[in-house]
Design a protein around this ligand. Structure first.
Ligand code: IPE
Ligand code: IPE
Ligand code: MG
Length: 242
C-alpha cells in the first residue's frame, strides 16, 4: 500500500554503484582496484541497511551495456562476482534472501546454477532481501516480461485485457520485490542508466557526488534522512487519505 506520510523508513532501497573507476584513477590505481573496493562498500552498505531495518536492498552491479567495456575489465568484474557467489553460501546464517536480477543465461552454466541454487536455498527468509542486478537492463526486463505475456496469451487462457499492472509486475525479474521507494546514485551522474525503469516509477531519487567506494554508512544514513523528509503524494494532494 502506498504511504503518503513522510518520516517513515523506505521499504526498498536500490543502489546504482557508480564511480569505482574514477575512485581508482584519483589514486593512480587501475580501475579494477576501484571495483574491488566497491565490492567492500557493497558488503558494508548491505549489512548496515539490514541493521537500520530496511527490508529490501537492490544493487546494480553490471548492466546489459557494461559488456561494451574492455575485456580485461569485464573479466575482472566477473571474477569478483564469482567470488561473491562462493561467499554468499554463508548468507543462510544471516537469514538473508538472495535474488539475482537479469538474464542469467549469458553466464557459464556453473555460475547460473549457483545463482539459482542460492535463490532457492534462501527463499524461506523474509525479513531481509538482497538483490543483485547482473546483466540487468530495465528495457530488457520489460521486454522479457512482454514476451512472456504474449506467450501466455498464445498458449494459455489469458487475454490481453488480463494484463494489468499487477500481473505485469509479476512477470518482471523483480516479481518478489515491492517497487523501489528510494533510489540512491553516488558517483555524480544524474541518470538511471537503464536500471529498474518500471520499478522506479514513483521512487524518490537521491544523487550524491561521493564516489561509490567512499559511500559508507554515513552516505546511507544521509540518504535515508533525505527520504524521511520527502512527502510522497503518488499523484494525490497533500494530506488526503488514500
Ligand atoms: C561502477 O563504477 C561499476 C560498474 C559499472 C560495474 P564505474 O566502473 O562505472 O566507475 P566510473 O563511473 O567509471 O568511475
Ligand atoms: C551504471 O553505471 C551501471 C552500474 C552501476 C552497474 P555506468 O557507469 O555503467 O553508467 P553510465 O555509463 O555512466 O551511464
Ligand atoms: Mg560509471
Amino acid at each position: 500500500m502506498n504511504n503518503t506520510e513522510s518520516g517513515g523508513l523506505p521499504s526498498h532501497i536500490a543502489f546504482i554503484m557508480d564511480g569505482n573507476g574514477r575512485w581508482a584513477k584519483k589514486r593512480g590505481l587501475p580501475r579494477n582496484a576501484g571495483h574491488k573496493k566497491g565490492g567492500d562498500t557493497f558488503r558494508e552498505i548491505a549489512r548496515h541497511a539490514k541493521d537500520c531495518g530496511i527490508k529490501y536492498v537492490t544493487f546494480f552491479a553490471f548492466s546489459t551495456e557494461n559488456w561494451k567495456r574492455p575485456k580485461e575489465e569485464v573479466d575482472a568484474l566477473m571474477k569478483l562476482f564469482s567470488e561473491y557467489l562462493d561467499e554468499a553460501e554463508n548468507y543462510a546464517k544471516d537469514k538473508t534472501r538472495l535474488i539475482f536480477l537479469g538474464d542469467k543465461s549469458i553466464f557459464p552454466r556453473e555460475m547460473s546454477a549457483k545463482m539459482v541454487d542460492l535463490e532457492k536455498k534462501s527463499k524461506q527468509f523474509s525479513d531481509f532481501t538482497l538483490s543483485l542486478a547482473v546483466n540487468y537492463g530495465g528495457k530488457d526486463d520489460i521486454l522479457q516480461a512482454a514476451r512472456r505475456a504474449a506467450n501466455l496469451c498464445r498458449d494459455r487462457d489469458l487475454t490481453p485485457q488480463d494484463i494489468d499492472e499487477r500481473f505485469f509486475s509479476g512477470l518482471l525479474y523483480t516479481s518478489a520485490l515491492p517497487d523501489v521507494d528510494l533510489l540512491i546514485r553516488p558517483g555524480g551522474e544524474r541518470r538511471l542508466s537503464n536500471f529498474l525503469l518500471w520499478q522506479c516509477a514513483y521512487a524518490e531519487l537521491y544523487f550524491s557526488d561521493i564516489l561509490w567506494p567512499d559511500f559508507g554508512k554515513k552516505g546511507l544514513e544521509t540518504a535515508i534522512e533525505y527520504y524521511k523528509g520527502r512527502n510522497r503524494r503518488f499523484g494525490n494532494v497533500q494530506g488526503a487519505a488514500i
